[in-house]
Design a protein around this ligand. Sequence first.
Ligand SMILES: Cc1cc2nc3c(=O)[nH]c(=O)nc-3n(C[C@H](O)[C@H](O)[C@H](O)COP(=O)(O)O)c2cc1C
Length: 230
Amino acid sequence: MIITAIHGQNHKGSTYNIASLLISSLGDNEVHEFFLPRDLDHFCTGCYRCIKDESECPFFEDKDRIMRSVLQSDLLIFTTPTYCLRASAPMKSFLDLTFSYWMSHRPRKAMFSKKAVVISTAAGAGAKTAGKDITTALFYMGVPYIKTYCKAIQASCWDEVKPDRKEKIRNDMERLVGKIKSSKIRVGIRTRFFFSMMRMLQIKDMASGEYDKRYWEERGWLGKKRPWKV
Ligand SMILES: Cc1cc2nc3c(=O)[nH]c(=O)nc-3n(C[C@H](O)[C@H](O)[C@H](O)COP(=O)(O)O)c2cc1C
C-alpha cells in the first residue's frame, strides 16, 4: 500500500506521534510524508489562475509535488493540532491551495477510490472542529472513506501525555488499522448527490466557467461516465 501523510505542522508533537503509531501499526508500506509549512510555505493569493490552468498557480511546483503523491496513494493521513478551535493555518492554507480539486471544479477520478484518516489533537476543546476542516475538503474532493481520530489529550506536547492515555491511543490505532484494512470502499449517496448537482450546474453553464466545463466534458461526466465507475 502507498500512504501519503500530510502534517499540518512542522514539529513532531502529539499529533505527529499518533500518526506515527498508526503508520507503524499499518505494517510495511511505502510512506511519503509532507510537513506544512515546510513543504508548502505559501498562501493562496486569490488570483484564480488555477481555474484556467492549474500549472499557472504561482506555487504549482510545491503543490504538485504533494498532490502527485496524494493521487498515487491508497491511504491518505492528514494531521493537525487544534489551533484556536480549528485546523492549523498551514493546513488551512494547503486546503485553500488545492480547492481546484473539489467537485465544484476539477475533481480527480483517483480521489473517488481512496481511504483517508484525519487525526487532530487538542489540549481540551476543538479537536473535532479542527478535524472537520479537513474532512470537509476531502469529502468535496470525492474521497469516499474518511475516518477521524480527533482527541483532547490534556497536554501541550507528547512527553506530557499520560502513560495510560498513550496506551489507549496505541490500542485505538490498532483497532483503526483493523477497520482500514477490512473496510471496502463504497461511494456514498451524499457524494453521488453532490456530484450530480455539480454536473447539472456544469451542463447549465451555472458553474465556474468554460475551463472547468471542458474538463468535465473531456471525462464524459456530462454524459453517463462517473469518476467512481471503472
Ligand atoms: C496557537 C495555539 C492554539 C491552540 N488552540 C487550542 C484550542 O483552541 N483548543 C485546545 O484545546 N487546545 C489548543 N491548543 C493546544 C494544542 O491544540 C494541543 O496541545 C495539541 O495537542 C498540540 O499538538 P502537537 O503536540 O501535535 O503540536 C493550542 C495551541 C497553540 C500553540
